[in-house]
Write a protein that binds this ligand. Sequence first.
Ligand SMILES: NC(=O)c1ccc[n+]([C@@H]2O[C@H](COP(=O)([O-])OP(=O)(O)OC[C@H]3O[C@@H](n4cnc5c(N)ncnc54)[C@H](OP(=O)(O)O)[C@@H]3O)[C@@H](O)[C@H]2O)c1
Length: 268
Amino acid sequence: MARILRRVFLVLMLSAGIATAAQGRETPAADTAGTVLITGSDRGIGFELAKQYALRNWKVLATCRTPAHAQALAGLAASHPNVVIEELDVTDVGEIEALAAKYAGTSIDVLINNAGIFGDVESQSLEELDYDDFVRVMAVNAFGPLKVSQAFIDHVAASRQKKIVTITSGLASMTLTENVRQGFYFYRASKASVNIISRTLAAELRGRKILVGLFNPGVVDTGFGATGYAGPRLSPEQAATALVAFIEALNPDNAATMINHDGTAMPW
Ligand SMILES: NC(=O)c1ccc[n+]([C@@H]2O[C@H](COP(=O)([O-])OP(=O)(O)OC[C@H]3O[C@@H](n4cnc5c(N)ncnc54)[C@H](OP(=O)(O)O)[C@@H]3O)[C@@H](O)[C@H]2O)c1
């Protein structure tokens, strides 16, 4: 009996010691709801995501191409110490790998591949088909999410939530014939590419319990893509709110399918 009591006492002392050590240690995400990394977070939907996660007390790794030009993000970081700005061009392999190395050992609950470009509308019309623009759009929208996801697999796998989410587009859907009327070849192709990339990642990462999500925000009022679309648009706030809710609800049943901002499944 005395031996058992001594053991219980020892375990209690050890736990107290561990707890004290943990309090003294620098654990950046310890008092936050989780850690999220967002690409292209200096404006548009990405900035709204950074804001909403910051307000929800997440640690936000807010990445962008040119921090020196990211005034709104700098303002957000100044008022929210849980926001850290990091430079990241999603087409720059060296930069991606350096950032992943910098955060080695840090768990990232949610990785959001938000950065994207539409490309010049004329240059991707049947009349022009500019090769350099094609490469640029594919590099940012398809290679970028794939490479960023690959670089941060260990960080996500080490986290509690284990989620990688990529923003896609209804313009990539082959089922919605009303969408496939004219042009936008490069943008459509890049988002269709990132759809199959995400599906493949989902299959490969299932063993590590990582959920891969695909979200279609609908048409959002960010100035993205000079398509001449004159219909209704969501605000960036509305799109980000829907995306945060989607990420919260992401589970093995709805992972790797294209989900709309209203929660419905988007036909491919
Ligand atoms: N708005 C819509 O109607 C709509 C609809 C469907 C899907 N989406 C998708 O939603 C995502 C966000 O779009 P948005 O409307 O917020 O567009 P946005 O306001 O134009 O913002 C795009 C963001 O991507 C960043 N970016 C571009 N190239 C980059 C690169 N090489 N590396 C890192 N960041 C890069 C931009 O950074 P800089 O400031 O440095 O340029 C900017 O932060 C995109 O993936 C887009 O395809 C948008």
